[in-house]
Write a protein that binds this ligand. Structure first.
Ligand code: MG
Length: 274
């Protein structure tokens, strides 16, 4: 099933995307029991398909990306976190930070795993039982704040507002029996920048869930960004960063295409409210 989240009468609601493009109402909790009601609705504004309870990122999880950055692949998953403030909707803009400026904003096309049920200490053989589904993520990163200005931590460079576009749909796990065989392609302004398969992940989805859940309870709605392959702008010679007017599209087999324009952060930013 392809789940979407949209604004229905001004309130975020889940619905099921039908093959003909219409959406069908869902009753219940997608993290518990839910069913399709049979009622067809007109879709409202499309939202990111999950409001994450946590966002965990994994760095250097493709050999090709580690080679790109002249780094040795890690012996165990290299974990970081992104704030839940970073979530952005499909087709809404990635904003280049202006208040705390960045001049090195970069894309990272990634397979994102959405945890469906609370779990801890999950062996890899049972890990996929806890996955609700999969979506596409852009782990947008300000390289200057990641490597030079962030005090050695990734948090600042990874956690600007709009730095985690998700979507366009959440495809339930029954439709993706093997998340380790999906083609991923990232285009910027139509030009292919990343083209790889999740078969090249160093730590695959079950291994990541086993590792993460060994130290942390994974709550329903936890999003795991599985890492990005070769071809980020930072590794180009010379480096190429996102500019206002660019458009980033990330396609993953079976999950659709996540597209976002790029614009400058509007100033003055709102101090209060959403
Ligand atoms: Mg990443």
């Amino acid at each position: 099933m392809k789940l979407i989240r949209h604004l229905f009468a001004g309130v975020p609601a889940y619905a099921a995307l039908q093959p003909d493009g219409t959406i069908q109402e869902i009753e219940g909790d997608i993290f518990g029991k839910f069913r399709l009601t049979g009622r067809i609705f007109k879709e409202g504004k499309r939202l990111a398909p999950v409001a994450p309870s946590n966002i965990f990122g994994v760095g250097l999880n493709y050999q090709s990306h580690a080679t790109d950055l002249n780094r040795t692949p890690p012996e165990r998953p290299m974990l970081f976190m992104k704030g839940t403030n970073t979530v952005q909707n499909p087709d809404d803009p990635i904003e280049i930070p202006q208040a705390l400026a960045s001049h090195e904003v970069d894309y990272e096309g990634e397979l994102a795993v959405v945890i469906g049920r609370s779990c801890k200490n999950v062996p890899r053989a049972r890990a996929l039982d806890y996955v609700l589904g999969y979506t596409i993520a852009n782990d947008v990163t300000a390289r200057d704040w990641q490597f030079k200005l962030g005090g050695g931590q990734f948090c600042q460079g990874k956690s600007f507002d709009t730095f985690c576009p998700l979507g366009p749909v959440l495809v339930t796990a029954d439709e993706i029996p093997d998340p380790g065989r999906l083609q991923l392609t990232t285009r910027v302004n139509g030009e292919v920048r990343q083209s790889s398969s999740t078969a090249s992940l160093i730590f695959d989805v079950p291994a990541l869930i086993e590792f993460l859940s060994a130290s942390k309870r994974l709550l329903p709605g936890t999003v795991i960004l599985t890492g990005t392959p070769q071809g980020v702008g930072f590794a180009a010679k010379p480096p190429v960063f996102l500019q206002p007017g660019d458009r980033v599209e990330i396609a993953i087999e079976g999950l659709g295409v996540l597209a976002n324009p790029v614009q400058l952060e509007a100033l003055p930013a709102a101090v209060n409210g959403a």
